[in-house]
Design a protein around this ligand. Structure first.
Ligand SMILES: Cc1cc2nc3c(=O)[nH]c(=O)nc-3n(C[C@H](O)[C@H](O)[C@H](O)COP(=O)(O)OP(=O)(O)OC[C@H]3O[C@@H](n4cnc5c(N)ncnc54)[C@H](O)[C@@H]3O)c2cc1C
Length: 430
């Protein structure tokens, strides 16, 4: 049989896109591996995903028009997705951005855009932050620190559960899901159909479709699913995390904090404070962990090859510098933390040349498309990003305030001397 669409990758973007494709009546096959039981060297590269965790920061305050709208539209649909799928994933605990008062113009622009989208953001000077969140210490940033607090429609989402919910909804719209990895993809000259080879637990099989949507995340250029001539300009970076197990007698003080991001634009080398904090939540082992990670700043490292990405994921060991930074931030933000234990976790984020997801066609006759490039914060807007991908695949009218061409995939450059400067100032998010 020939499907209308094969979606390669059953992660955050692929699952959302498959739901919208199914709802539009397209015969859709989704191919993607299930999450491995544990991450180690025995796991093949396509089996890693950026959504294997319990929490992602969700907020509507965007850094520009694209992200603000994608995040706001997606957030407005969270409760419907939960109700329709029967799977809860969103906790409305609020989101706090701690920004340097020295970046006043940028903050003003963000707040104006948020205001246009009807997003309520409270601007809090340092003294008010101390009063409202006594368990949290704001770091000192150039020009002073101020807080941007969203109490409503913001907090954290569980990315595993959101993917499960989207897949449920895709399946109930008639899509089919196969657990496996695509190991080759080519266009048949005679029929014009795409033929993909799927590797699964039973060995493998071929599937055919009129169009293919690649949603393989950070692995896009390192996946056999993408013909090399279509490689896109996307860089992959380490995303090291520390998880601090919180003792019972500290829980009440900490668990009601909002999620926190710190935006420190300064070039202070390893002294840069850009980071994020997810207050304690219960993990599958029954323990409560607070999680800390860096934003784009010097302790982050680029991973250039499939081998580097694989060994970073498989070892689940962060570098000494990353560990020192994250420990320092945890104790700075949460004085008196005294963790029962500390765990390391390694994941990756990707960055596109445009700083937007690539949502568009890769070939001239518009049968091979892509939706990749969460740029480190694609989870919260993933429902709208998946919807836009389905719009592109089905060639439906574009109904988004940013022109479709802005999201067009940028081809990889043959010489890699001209790389975008994500690890240079100004640091912080995007
Ligand atoms: C530690 C960490 C913290 C983050 N924090 C936030 C946050 O606070 N807020 C936020 O909004 N975002 C956050 N993000 C980013 C967010 O998780 C990603 O942007 C999002 O997961 C991207 O979705 P994706 O579908 O592109 O990729 P993924 O979710 O990685 O999905 C890609 C899928 O493709 C599959 N695949 C790859 N190759 C093949 C193949 N050949 N065949 C079949 N399947 C294949 C993979 O197995 C994977 O399941 C964070 C990311 C990390 C790692």
């Amino acid at each position: 049989m020939v499907h209308d669409v094969i979606v390669v990758g059953a992660g955050m973007f692929g699952s959302a896109a498959a739901k919208y494709l199914g709802r539009a009546g397209a015969d859709t096959l989704i191919v993607g591996p299930a999450e491995p039981q544990r991450l180690d060297a025995a796991v093949g590269l396509p089996d890693f995903g950026a959504h294997y965790d319990e929490s992602r920061i969700a907020r509507c305050l965007g850094w520009d028009r694209f992200w603000g709208t994608a995040d706001t539209r997606s957030t407005a649909r969270y409760r419907d997705i939960e109700a329709e799928s029967g799977i809860g994933f969103f906790t409305e605990c609020g989101s706090l951005a701690l920004v340097s008062a020295a970046q006043g113009d940028r903050t003003e622009a963000m707040l104006r855009a948020a205001g246009d989208d009807g997003v309520a953001v409270e601007r809090m000077p340092a003294a008010e932050l101390r009063r409202e969140f006594p368990a949290l210490r704001a770091p000192s940033l150039t020009g002073g620190v101020e807080g941007l607090l969203e109490r409503k429609d913001a907090g954290r989402l569980d990315p595993r559960r959101l993917v499960r919910a989207q897949l449920e909804l895709a399946l109930s719209s008639g899509a089919r899901l196969v657990r496996g990895a695509v190991t080759s993809l080519h266009r048949q000259e005679r029929t014009g159909h795409w033929k993909v080879r799927v590797q699964d637990d039973d060995g493998g099989f071929h599937a055919e479709a009129e169009t293919v949507l690649l949603a393989t995340g950070s692995l896009i250029n390192h996946s056999d699913a993408l013909p090399a001539r279509h490689a896109v300009d996307l860089q992959v970076f380490t995303e090291p995390n520390l998880l601090f197990e919180v003792a019972d007698d500290h829980l009440d003080r900490l668990r009601h904090l909002p999620t926190v991001v710190i935006i420190d634009p300064d070039d202070t080398g390893d002294g840069n404070l850009s980071a994020y904090l997810i207050p304690p939540l219960r993990y599958p082992d029954g323990k409560w962990y607070a999680r800390i990670g860096p934003a784009m700043q010097p302790v982050v490292r680029e991973l250039r090859t499939a081998e580097e990405i694989h060994s970073w994921y498989a070892q689940q060991r962060i570098t000494k510098e990353q560990s020192a930074f994250l420990n320092r931030m945890a104790h700075l933000l949460l004085p008196g933390l005294e963790p029962v234990s500390v765990r390391e976790a390694c994941c990756v984020v990707d960055k596109t040349r445009t700083r937007y997801p690539y949502i568009g066609h890769l070939d001239a006759d518009r049968t091979l498309s892509v939706v990749v490039g969460g740029n480190g914060h694609g989870a919260r807007g993933s429902d709208e990003i998946g919807r836009l991908a389905a719009t592109v695949v089905l060639d439906e009218p574009w109904d988004f305030p940013v022109p479709r061409g802005t999201l067009a995939p940028v081809p990889a450059r043959p010489d890699d001397t001209c790389r975008a400067g994500y690890l240079q100032p100004p640091f912080g998010l995007c």
